[in-house]
Design a protein around this ligand. Structure first.
Ligand SMILES: Nc1ncnc2c1ncn2[C@@H]1O[C@H](COP(=O)(O)OP(=O)(O)O)[C@@H](O)[C@H]1O
Ligand SMILES: [Mg+2]
Length: 356
């Protein structure tokens, strides 16, 4: 196992497409790091540069203490699992898993041992003689993982490996991947656009946007202390509510036609400055005097909870209540933040958090 270190890595494709624009990042040895961001933000490009499947335009990529920019993919000691599984259709499951080891001239009994071990770990022992077409999507995904595991690589790379599975299977495979990681403890880099997948799998989440890193942190960090409006709205469902506001006194903000208290020690905001404030849907409380007048639009029933949709001062706002809670009828509601600590403050010009 090894750490992966990126220093100011860039990728410019022909036609001047800047897919990755200066990424510096350490993926600690043994960590499960998730690259998260919208489609087209450069996640796959970054992963493929680590794998050696794309050249690095500028900067360096090291696996362990070896810079690998000019090292062939096969010599990097990594294993990659793709979204489309990329299994050989004419080979049995056993041969698919053994293929890479045979190429490396691993002794036959060693191959047998490793394939049997990985098959047991993944619960696919009974399918070893079958061809991929005789397997379900979830079973094929397991074979693709098995093929990576038998290699016993320094680093596992995953590019949206669960995207082709139905919703239920995706959740169970996600838990399985996390369980596997807890056992194998191998350095893993996992690409996804799905924030729930990122939050549940990662030790370290790397939020990307437009070829750059927005924030790196533990799942709870990026959720509770988003470094930008982008992170605040990309992570969490429903996304964080954002409203324009103005600092009227230290610790006091005017927004949405009401007054809100925020933690003046936590944020570096001048009195008189225009800011954008953020409040998570579950951090909104109803009925506070002096709160923001709320215009109700509709209710989304989610079972255990409901999401109330509406506006304050013409800006959309959503909040979550337990399904059993009674809401006062009509448009006379006032809403506020549950506590000063629930109010996030952003610079409207840069979108960055003003957290000290
Ligand atoms: N081979 C290529 N040639 C030119 N542009 C590419 C190529 N591959 C990807 N891109 C562009 O680079 C950007 C990042 O793509 P990608 O890394 O695939 O994003 P993601 O995996 O986050 O969806 C996109 O704008 C995409 O169109
Ligand atoms: Mg991709």
């Amino acid at each position: 196992m090894a750490a992966v270190t990126l220093e100011n890595v860039r990728k410019t494709y022909t036609g001047n497409v800047e897919a990755v624009r200066g990424v510096s990042l350490t993926i600690p040895n043994g960590s499960f790091t998730v690259l998260l961001g919208p489609s087209g933000c450069g996640k796959s490009t970054l992963l493929r540069m680590i794998a050696g499947l794309e050249t690095i335009t500028a900067g360096t990529c090291a696996i362990g203490d070896r810079i690998v920019n000019d090292i062939e993919p096969a010599e990097r000691d990594i294993a990659m699992v793709f979204q489309n599984y990329a299994l050989y259709p004419h080979m049995s499951v056993y041969d698919n898993m053994a293929y890479g080891l045979r190429n490396r001239r691993t002794p036959k009994d060693e191959i047998e041992r490793r394939v049997a071990e990985a098959a047991k770990l993944l619960g696919i022992e009974e399918f070893l003689a079958r061809k991929p077409r005789a397997l379900s999507g979830g079973q094929r995904q397991r074979v693709a993982m098995g093929r990576a595991i038998v290699r016993d690589p320094q680093v596992f790379l995953f590019d949206e490996p669960l995207s082709n599975l139905d919703a239920k299977l995706r959740v169970s495979m996600r838990l399985e991947i996390r369980r596997l990681h807890n056992r194998l403890k191998a350095t893993s880099i996992f690409v996804t656009h799905d924030q729930v997948e990122a939050m549940t799998l990662a030790d370290q989440v790397v939020v990307m946007n437009g070829g750059q890193i927005e924030q790196v942190g533990a799942p709870t960090d990026v959720y509770r202390r988003p470094a930008s409006k982008f992170v605040a709205t990309f992570i969490g469902s429903p996304p964080m509510n954002l409203l324009p506001g103005k600092i009227v006194a230290p610790g006091q903000i005017e927004a949405g036609g009401g007054a809100l208290a925020y933690d003046a020690d936590a944020f570096d905001a001048r009195v008189g400055a225009g800011v954008d404030i953020g409040i998570r849907a579950e951090d909104i409380v109803v009925g506070a005097s002096g709160g923001m007048p709320f215009v109700h639009e509709f209710v989304e029933e989610l079972g255990a909870t409901r999401v109330i949709h509406g506006t304050v001062a013409g800006h959309p706002l959503e909040f979550v209540t337990p399904a059993a809670a009674e809401l006062a009828a009509g448009n006379s509601l006032r809403v506020s933040a549950a506590s000063p600590a629930a109010v996030h403050v952003f610079d409207p010009a840069t979108g960055r958090s003003l957290r000290r």
